[in-house]
Ligand binder design. Structure first.
Ligand code: TYD
Ligand code: MG
Length: 469
């Protein structure tokens, strides 16, 4: 099993310091010192430090035409035998789903997210629940802090080890003699390689450490999880190349004021990149939510205006959730438009459509939208539900709580077909809804196959007629 040969690392460690050069991220111009402005392309602030290997090979020009003992091999694609990648089934079903059906051996997965959202909790929980030898490397917390957290979550794995280490070479030395079955790094920004002068978390450190861990994962077939910090723009801190290097990029997100957390796939070499997993942060760790619709729809006896239930799809998963709207007369000169969980520009578009095509005087109204539970979704299928709740609040007439909505609204007020309509209908039916309003342009629905009533409409006016007419 011990295929992993660290000799190259040790040779490089013996070398005093690697040669460092600075490259322009924009045009690739190199310089021996950092420059604020690139003399070649004149872009500002684009120089990054890179380690340059000492090599006697000379330039690329000399390589071409030289007779070499080793040469690359060209294989006919038809002669390559397709192999099934080996997958581990994790105890966490949401994580399995997000990874595309389990964790692939030798894969490297990066999890990014805001501080305090629960990245460490998610992976420590995974380490504590699985029955495999796991190394949890933490550069952020002490052993006692980790123990306290582990006690909170509950320790079921007797083969889970913590390593409080920030030096990559110390870690690799340990791994050279003693291999785990899963390696977790919390976080990649705290690791540092002696080969590079710059401090931990800098672009070249992150790149170097990830490259080394990537080699480790690929040669040993041990899966690796990396936790990554995000910067103030919401992107994973470090070079973009980090996301290119790893196999899977997941994002852990949620509103800190709510307990729901969403694990979203941003990139996946082994499965769909539009999956989500939903968790609830509890006192004893994260709980996977298998059926999110049940918690996202509040139980209410009285019917209130401005509330509708939308049937959205995230990835391949239908989710029913409450969309709330409040339309009131604008107090100040410019009407306010505020939205939580729904794209503000899309809301402006829907309001313009309602005003221009259907004649509702919304231009003088304040409009507030809220998606219950702190969810943030981008499914265009939410449009119809949003429009219904706006109209309900505008008219001050409540919508029957047994009807759900799924449809996209176009610029001329037409209700357009949405993807995965069958699943949306089934989900609404499963949760006991009596009717679902959808576009009449959705093809291939067997209306007699469903117990739920299908209200098929082509325009917003028809929705208005049906609900309040
Ligand atoms: P943490 O996992 O440390 O987040 P990150 O690694 O993304 O920075 O943070 C978890 C937060 O969740 C922290 O504010 C405490 C809270 N928490 C719980 O509510 N329940 C728990 O069981 C644990 C372990 C943490
Ligand atoms: Mg953490």
């Amino acid at each position: 099993m011990l295929l992993y040969n660290l000799s190259c690392t040790f040779v490089r460690l013996i070398m005093s310091k690697a040669v460092v050069k600075y490259f322009c991220k924009n045009c690739g111009h190199s310089a021996s010192k950092w420059l604020g402005k690139c003399p070649a392309c004149e872009a500002w602030n684009c120089f990054t430090e890179e380690v340059v290997q000492k090599s006697n090979n000379g330039s690329a020009k000399q390589l071409w035409g030289k007779s070499s003992q080793q040469k690359a091999e060209a294989k006919n694609i038809q002669s390559i035998v397709e192999g099934e990648e080996q997958r581990y089934n994790l105890t966490d079903n949401e994580l399995n789903r997000v990874l595309g059906g389990g964790l692939v051996a030798g894969s490297i997965t990066l999890i990014g997210g805001e501080p305090g959202i629960g990245k460490s909790t998610l992976l420590l929980q995974l380490a504590l629940q699985m029955h495999k030898k796991v190394y949890y490397v933490s550069g952020e917390e002490s052993e006692t802090q980790l123990k306290m957290r582990a006690e909170r979550i509950g320790i079921q794995n007797s083969d889970c080890y913590v390593i409080c280490e920030t030096s990559l070479s110390n870690l690799l030395t340990l791994l050279n003699g003693d291999l785990p079955e899963l390696l977790i790094i919390d976080s990649v920004q705290t690791l540092s390689s002696e080969l590079i002068d710059s401090p931990p978390g800098s672009i070249s450190q992150i790149k170097e450490c990830t490259a080394e861990l990537l080699r480790f994962a690929k040669t040993t077939s041990i899966p690796v999880f990396l936790i990554g910090h995000i910067n103030k723009d919401g992107n994973i801190a470090g070079p973009k190349v980090l996301e290119h290097m790893v196999d899977t990029v997941l994002q852990f997100e949620g509103d800190r004021h709510y307990n729901y957390r969403i694990l979203r796939t941003l990139k996946n070499r082994f499965g769909s990149a539009s999956e989500i997993g939903i968790y609830e942060m509890k006192g004893n760790g994260l709980r996977a939510i298998e059926n999110p619709s049940e918690i996202l729809i509040s139980e209410r006896d009285e019917v209130l205006s401005g509330i509708s239930i939308s049937c959205a799809v995230e990835g391949i998963r239908p989710i029913l959730l409450e969309t709330q709207a409040l339309v009131s007369s604008a107090v100040y000169g410019t009407p306010q438009r505020t939205s939580n969980g729904f794209d503000l520009r899309r809301l402006s578009m829907l309001l313009a459509v309602l005003e221009k095509r259907c004649g509702f005087q919304l231009g003088v109204k304040d409009v507030f939208i809220n998606i219950a539970g702190g969810m943030k979704l981008e499914d265009p299928g939410l449009d119809l539900g949003i429009v219904a709740s706006i109209l309900s609040s505008y008219q001050n007439i409540a919508i029957d709580k047994h009807i759900a909505f799924a449809g996209e609204v176009g610029l001329s007020g037409e209700v357009r077909a949405v993807a995965r309509i069958e699943q949306r209908i089934l989900e609404a039916e499963k949760l006991g809804f009596k009717a679902i309003m959808i576009s009449k342009y959705n093809k291939g629905i067997q209306s007699n196959a469903n117990k739920i009533e299908l209200v098929q409409i082509g325009k917003i006016e028809e929705a208005f007629e049906y609900l309040f007419g």
